[in-house]
Design a protein around this ligand. Structure first.
Ligand code: FES
Ligand SMILES: [Fe+2]
Length: 377
């Protein structure tokens, strides 16, 4: 899994004002809590004293109070008070990792990593979110699938014809030529897709051939976000924003918002939600059974064709980031530390000051230097 990017932890409205909330991301637990000003903070869930779960504590004067011996942590992770020794100075080392938090699109975004602000991949910008002519519906979907497989699926042009009968046509599965544009933290493309022929009553009402739908997907490293714009008719358009948070290597939580400019009355919300979830369920059927479940690190570990361009670009970017040291070595962590020794996702304060922490950071992937070495292993 990837550190040094933003992930959506939950909906902002789901963070209570009077108590902390636990969230799991990247195989680790975090505590979200609101300080005295109502601002949401995110800290590692493990108390440095005896390992209690801070998210099971309470909020005391804007601090997060540990449920075990009451040590009180501020939003920046520093311990403000050890109640058993009220007059003693609290050493600097008594602190937990605290992660930058932003509220955007009604979601709580948390930066999980140790990079300074200027070097962080950005949170994606989706202008349609504030367009008053768009009607939003939102929800979540829990995948039994690896996050990399989920992201690739979201920008995969070739599978609609075989997996999604509502918008692909298996009799016309050809993927038309398209151009892809890549930038440092994202890629986008636009393609004409052939929708399935009209069925049922629509067949009699509309005798003409259905027009192509233009699909314009983007992937972003920020939030492992996919933005999918569909121009369904010259007037009807929708935008799906989905962010993909790895809970662990093979469980991914998607938060999604679908904005439509047609059938904008509330009456159609339920049906829109149902249709969107059905599409995720169709994907789950396939991507929950891929071998291996995890996305292979290198492009050449599977065979790709021209229509896989967006997926290939994502996989290459992820490999580049792994080579920069942004990958977590979950296998090493699970085999040597889990249940035995606390380890945490590093925060920006750790980047500035790597020493003086009670717990070590979770181990990172060390990438083999060359492909020859991979081949030899
Ligand atoms: S375990 Fe948290 S204060 Fe003791
Ligand atoms: Fe799909």
């Amino acid at each position: 899994m990837l550190i040094n990017t933003w992930y959506v932890a939950c909906d902002a409205v789901d963070v209570p004002h009077d108590k902390p909330k636990q969230v799991r991301m990247l195989g680790h637990d975090f505590a979200l809590f609101r300080d005295g000003a109502g601002k949401i903070n995110c800290v590692s869930d493990i108390c440095v004293h005896r390992g209690a779960s801070l998210s099971h504590g309470r909020i005391h004067k804007g601090c997060l109070e540990c449920p075990y011996h009451g040590w009180r942590y501020k939003g920046d992770g520093a311990c403000a008070e050890i109640p058993a020794h009220p007059d003693a100075r609290v050493p600097k080392k008594v602190r937990v990792d605290s992660y930058p938090v932003e509220e955007r699109y009604g979601w709580v975004w948390v930066f999980l990593g140790d990079l300074p602000e200027a070097q962080r991949p950005p949170i994606p910008v989706v202008p349609e979110y504030t367009d008053p002519t768009r009607r939003p519906v939102r929800g979540t979907f829990l995948w039994k699938a690896n996050y990399g497989r989920v992201v690739e699926n979201g920008v995969d042009f070739g599978h609609a014809a075989f997996v999604h009968p509502s918008f692909g046509d298996r009799d016309r599965p050809e993927v038309m030529n398209h151009v892809m544009e890549e930038s440092e933290w994202s890629a986008k493309a636009s393609i004409a897709m052939r929708p399935p022929a009209y069925r049922g009553i629509w067949k009699y009402l509309r005798r003409t051939e259905r027009e192509n739908v233009t699909a314009s997907p983007e992937w972003h490293i920020g939030g492992l976000c996919i933005v999918l714009r569909l121009q369904i008719t010259p007037k009807w358009a929708n935008v799906l924003i989905d962010v993909n948070t790895p809970i662990d290597e093979n469980t991914t939580l998607t938060h999604w918002i679908l904005l439509r400019n047609f059938f904008t009355s509330k009456f159609f919300d339920k049906d829109t939600t149902r249709r969107n979830l059905k599409i995720f369920e169709q994907d789950q059927e396939v991507i929950g059974r891929l071998a291996p479940m995890e996305l292979p690190t290198r492009v050449q570990d599977e065979y790709s064709v021209q229509s896989d361009g967006m997926m290939v670009a994502f996989r290459k970017k992820r490999e580049e980031l792994y080579r920069r040291g942004w990958g977590l070595d979950s296998k090493l962590y699970n085999d040597t530390m889990k249940g035995i020794k606390a380890a945490v996702i590093p925060s920006p304060a750790r980047g500035e000051d790597p020493k003086g922490w009670v717990f070590p950071e979770a181990p990172r992937l060390v990438m083999p230097e060359s492909d020859q070495r991979i081949a030899a292993e």
